[in-house]
Every structure is written in structure tokens, then in C-alpha cells.
Ligand binder design. Structure first.
Ligand code: TTP
Ligand code: MG
Length: 371
């Protein structure tokens, strides 16, 4: 007998979070004059003759039919009065890092999938209702701290969670408990299954399969001839079966922080203070994630948007802030030629994770896990 929302079926509880119109949302956060307008982030439309594509656009721009990956010239024809912006990848990466930190904060197993989406395995919350409470707080936290909205899906599998987060966008939260999975999936077009593109959709349509329910009910033998081994996966996904785990990736390649000065500056005190702030933040992150670094990079953008980068790679791995500071200050001295600085960046790369066994053997602050 089930108690009070307890997760007695022992099913997993997976959260998928995906930011709404991510690049455009960051632009609207940084430049409030764009809020409520059709905003298109992508290549330069050059009055309709530009080449390249749309990266993303605000929901207002979507009302004109503009979509990601559409030629920018077509987007321009659909809405010439839209605000057209070039992507600022550094800024999106910075906000993404903040968002991922918020999502990691409750301590559930965490997997970042792209710049704006992640899974959490919240099974240890014990019930969907408790997981829902935590997820709602994460959603609020992202909105308050980063000024953007996201859509969430909570479900017993990764794929259903991902379909659920996409179900009500923007700013939605769709919760599908185990018993509700079949009725949630059945009416959706097969296209909603991640990975099904034009080609597979057309092939399924030839077989008379339009919805996920059609796919679930279709005889697997009939699918095998057409889709080979993928048939089994497709058929299982359509029936809500998906054993794939939320996998903590050991793949953080680099950590970086960048900041723009309120006013361009050549004041050493101000520059060192800014650098010190970044060193501290990255240092904390290293300790928390048990990471060691080998390379330190400093990037400065001066007046006139000239960007200079210099890196130093050490012989051994380190994780202490003193080493970051020494390298960063040395690199800064070499790069700084008196021109006023507009933007300053610090990056740690060549990262390596210290495993649990090594953590016991070495002291946490200055040891290295081997080269
Ligand atoms: P998505 O999450 O697919 O899209 P989105 O966040 O812009 O919009 P939605 O509300 O539908 O989730 O992608 C995240 C970011 O990745 C997006 O803001 C821009 C970038 N991107 C591209 O550069 N090209 C593309 O074709 C797509 C789909 C995304
Ligand atoms: Mg998104």
C-alpha cells in the first residue's frame, strides 16, 4: 500500500532542466531594452543578404516563424524589425556555469548535457513530491540569480524527463509519475522522441506510425526489418522504458571566469583586485570538484577590443590558489602594456579529477594526482 506520495514503486526520479531560448534570454537579461521584443541571435542579416544561420531567438520572434538553424536571411524576411544580435559565447558560458552550479547545489547526481541543459537523479529525495519541491526552488534560484527562466521535466527516466521539459515551454514544469507515463507519451508525435529527425519520422510515417502510442503498439518484428538494432531502442523508448543513467561527467575541460570593468582601467590596484576575485572563485571550485590544473591562461581585452591571451603550462598538476596567483600575475605582467583594460579573463585547463582513493592518500590542498 502506498503512503502519502512515497516512492513505493522504487522508480527513479529524474529531473531534466532546459533553459528557455537561452542565448536570447541572456541578451534580454543583460539588455532590458530587448525584453518583450523579437530578438534573434545569430549571423549578421546584412539587410537580408547575410549568410549564416539563427542560433536561437526569443519566443516573441518564434511567433513570426523564426527558428534555430534557419538561414538568417529568411529570419530577416520574416521579421525585419527584430533585434538581430551576434552571439557572445563568453557571456553565455559564464551564465551557464552559474546555472550549472545552482543545479549541482542540492548534491544529487548531476549530468550537464549541453550549455543550457542538465539532468539530476533525484531518486534519493524519496518521492516525486519532495523532488518537485527541490526542483521548484532550483527553478526560482536560476531566475533570481541569473535572470532567466527554464523549463523542467520530472519523470522516471531520462528520456521521459527530457520530453516532459519540452512539453510546456517557456517557464514550464511537467511532472510525469510512473503510472502516467503511457498516457503522457501516447498522443505525442514520434518527433518528440529525442534523436528522431526528418528521416526516421518519414520512415515511421510510411508504416502508419505517427504518435508515440502508434510506435509502442507496433509489432517489433515489423520495425526490425526497417530499423535494425535501433528498432528495439525505439520500441522501448515509446513504451517508456529507458535504463540510461545520469552520469557525472569527468569531462570538465576547463574552468574560466571573465569580468568586464565598469569603466576601462589601467589602475593596477583595480586590476589585481578583480583578478584576485576570480582566483578565489576558481580555487573554491577546484576544491569542491576535486580538480587539479596544469595550465593557467590570462586573457585581456583592451580599449578598441584588442584581445590578448597568454598561457603557462606547469610541469605538475596543482590545485592551490597560490600557484594560480603566481602564474596569473606573471602572465598579466607580460600581457599588460599600459593600454586600459576593458575585460579580464582567467582560465584553468589541463584539468584532472582526483579520485576517491587518492583523496584519502593525499592531503586536500597541495598534492597532485600524478602527471
Ligand atoms: P536549445 O535548448 O535547443 O534552444 P533554446 O534554449 O534557445 O530554446 P528552447 O526554449 O526551445 O530550449 O539550445 C540552447 C542554445 O544552443 C540556444 O540558445 C542556442 C544554441 N543553439 C544553436 O546555436 N544552434 C541551434 O541550432 C540550436 C538548436 C541551439
Ligand atoms: Mg534551451
Amino acid at each position: 500500500m502506498a503512503f502519502d506520495g512515497e516512492n513505493t514503486l522504487n522508480s527513479r526520479i529524474i529531473l531534466h532542466a532546459d533553459m528557455d531560448c537561452f542565448y536570447a534570454a541572456v541578451e534580454m537579461h543583460d539588455y532590458s531594452q530587448y525584453v518583450g521584443k523579437p530578438v534573434v541571435v545569430g549571423a549578421d542579416p546584412q539587410g537580408g543578404t547575410g549568410r549564416g544561420v539563427v542560433s536561437t531567438c526569443s519566443y516573441e520572434a518564434r511567433e513570426y516563424g523564426i527558428r534555430s538553424a534557419m538561414p538568417i536571411s529568411q529570419a530577416y524576411r520574416l521579421c525585419p524589425d527584430a533585434v538581430f544580435l551576434r552571439p557572445r559565447m563568453d557571456r553565455y558560458a559564464e551564465i551557464s556555469e552559474e546555472i550549472m552550479d545552482i543545479l549541482r547545489s542540492p548534491g544529487f547526481r548531476f549530468e550537464q548535457v549541453s550549455i543550457d541543459e542538465a539532468f539530476l537523479d533525484m531518486s534519493s529525495a524519496g518521492s516525486f513530491s519532495r523532488a518537485q519541491n527541490v526542483a521548484e526552488n532550483l527553478k526560482k534560484g536560476i531566475n533570481t540569480r541569473c535572470g532567466i527562466t527554464c523549463s523542467l521535466g520530472l519523470a522516471p527516466t531520462k528520456i521521459v524527463a527530457k520530453i516532459a521539459s519540452d512539453f510546456k515551454k517557456p517557464n514550464g514544469f511537467t511532472i510525469i509519475e510512473p503510472a502516467g507515463v503511457p498516457s503522457f507519451l501516447a498522443p505525442l508525435p514520434v518527433r518528440r522522441i529525442p534523436g528522431i529527425g526528418d528521416k526516421t519520422e518519414k520512415e515511421l510515417q510510411i508504416l502508419g506510425i505517427h504518435t508515440i502510442g502508434d510506435l509502442a503498439a507496433y509489432d517489433i518484428q515489423g520495425l526490425l526489418g526497417r530499423f535494425g538494432r535501433n528498432a528495439v531502442i525505439l520500441h522501448e523508448v515509446a513504451r517508456g522504458i529507458d535504463g540510461s543513467e545520469v552520469v557525472e561527467r569527468d569531462g570538465i575541460k576547463s574552468l574560466s571566469k571573465e569580468m568586464t570593468f565598469d569603466k576601462d582601467t589601467d589602475e593596477p590596484g583595480e586590476i589585481i583586485t578583480a583578478l584576485e576575485g576570480m582566483i578565489g572563485e576558481l580555487g573554491i571550485f577546484l576544491v569542491r570538484e576535486n580538480l587539479f590544473f596544469k595550465t593557467v591562461t590570462i586573457r585581456i581585452r583592451s580599449e578598441g577590443f584588442v584581445t590578448k591571451t597568454k598561457a603557462k603550462t606547469l610541469i605538475h598538476y596543482h590545485k592551490d590558489v597560490e600557484t594560480i596567483r603566481e602564474c596569473a600575475q606573471e602572465l598579466l605582467r607580460e600581457l599588460f602594456r599600459g593600454a586600459k583594460i576593458r575585460r579580464l579573463g582567467l582560465r584553468l585547463s589541463g584539468l584532472k579529477k582526483q579520485d576517491a582513493r587518492q583523496r584519502k592518500l593525499f592531503s586536500p590542498d597541495d598534492s597532485e594526482p600524478g602527471d
